[in-house]
Design a protein around this ligand. Structure first.
Ligand SMILES: [Zn+2]
Length: 412
């Protein structure tokens, strides 16, 4: 055989292998997003024939990524319709959401099943990195402790309220934690033993990812997710793809200038959007008594406290100004009010919509304003999706990525 003939005989085989890998990834992602599906439903959704689906789901089951079960009763045409479901308890991600005033740690299974969760409130302030890493690892140990011994941890996803370099998880700037150039990804990976994949992103980018995969923005190709507490962040998906910018730093909508006469922002500019609509803005605008937090003000407002009204309306006005800007610039189909705006949106919606009338009519008529369906957990679910992505894209690589037996070892 000549080398040329050898090459030509290998090419179709390689192509076939690629097609098989592509179809495996499609099937696994369908089960991950939608939960248990019968083989016939998978065939209908992918256009693959049923025998191909059977072969591929059997392979996924052998990898330990899905489980195939015979449902009770008889299925279509009198034959049992085997159901394929994700192995949510065997294959999981660890996830962290680090905010200015909270940390959430979670263990989330393939299929988006929340298996364990801890939330810790923390006072606002500057946080030394080393003690914070220690506390984060303690939380991860707690949420990882109940995982079965044969489970596979695919990685740790982390969301943080700051500007993050995606390649290595370097937190370039997190003003509300007082962090500049903190190598968070590397530090966490080292602390966890070095062989667990760790990925870090801005928490708003993860919030929009989760709401897009399994939340209120499922199937929505152009969506903006608002996040944050003290500050305001934005996660943006346009034409179905995350808007990252050249360095991965896009979406800092909290630093959009809206009020030249406004207060000085932590970034150094004056009148950034977050100085008008962030948590401090609400406290200042309402003249809330010292010690009160945003939640207290919202409770007082809901109870009809007159002192809250003008301030809440003022914050609603500035929210509307920023939303109108976002609508004009990005023409989103949906804006999701996550983070601190989740509590603010219901009480400011009327004002926001009044101001939104100043936006251009064409994009304004196409935008839906809504709350997240994952509540306070959008970012932590997005963090899990981040490290589950490589498994979903390359299912056969997953078991080799990390031995199942070490997933819950003592290092957590
Ligand atoms: Zn700013």
């Amino acid at each position: 055989m000549t080398s040329g003939a050898g090459a030509s005989s290998r090419t179709p085989a390689a192509t076939q292998d690629e097609v098989r890998r592509h179809n495996l990834a499609r099937l696994l992602r369908l089960v991950h997003v939608h939960g248990a599906l019968s083989r016939s439903e998978l065939a209908a959704q992918t256009g693959l024939n049923r025998s191909t689906v059977r072969t591929l789901t059997t392979a996924l089951a052998r990898c330990g990524l899905v489980r195939e079960t015979h449902p009770p009763g008889r299925g279509y045409a009198g034959r049992p319709s085997i159901v394929v479901e994700p192995e949510s308890r065997r294959v999981f991600a660890l996830a962290l959401d680090i905010g200015a005033e909270h940390v959430i740690a979670a263990r989330i299974g393939l299929g988006g099943l929340l298996l364990d969760r801890r939330e810790v409130r923390q006072p606002r302030g500057a946080y030394e990195v080393a003690p914070m890493i220690g506390r984060l690892c303690e939380l991860l140990a707690e949420v990882g402790s109940a995982a079965p011994p044969d489970a596979l941890c695919v990685g740790l996803g982390v969301g943080v309220c700051g500007v993050v370099r995606p390649e290595d998880g370097m937190v370039r700037y997190a003003p509300n934690l007082d962090w500049v150039d903190v190598p968070l990804g590397l530090l966490l990976a080292k602390e966890l033993g070095g062989d667990l994949p760790v990925a870090v992103r801005n928490e708003a980018d993860l919030g929009v990812k989760a709401e897009h995969v399994r939340g209120v923005a499922t199937g929505v190709r152009d969506v903006i997710y608002l996040s944050g507490e003290v500050g305001v962040g934005g996660g943006i998906i346009l034409s179905g793809r995350p808007l990252t910018g050249v360095g991965g730093y896009a979406g800092e909508i909290g630093h959009m200038g809206v009020n030249p006469r406004g207060r000085r922002c932590r970034c150094g500019r004056r009148g950034c959007w977050e100085t008008e609509v962030g948590e401090d803005a609400v406290l200042l605008a309402t003249g809330a008594p010292p010690g009160m937090e945003l939640a207290d003000v919202l409770l007082a407002h809901a109870a009809g406290a007159p002192w809250t009204r003008a301030g809440i309306r003022q914050v609603g006005h500035w929210l509307g100004v920023g939303i109108a800007n976002l609508v004009n610039i990005f023409n989103p189909a949906m804006i999701v009010f996550g983070g601190a705006t989740r509590g603010l949106f219901p009480v400011t919606e009327t004002t926001i919509r009044e101001v939104l009338r100043t936006a251009l009519a064409a994009p304004r008529s196409q935008v839906l304003l809504t709350l997240p369906s994952l509540g306070a957990d959008s970012a932590v679910f997005g963090a899990a999706e981040l490290v589950l992505d490589p498994v979903l894209d390359h299912p056969f690589d997953a078991p080799q990525r990390r031995p199942a037996t070490s997933a819950t070892s003592a290092q957590y």
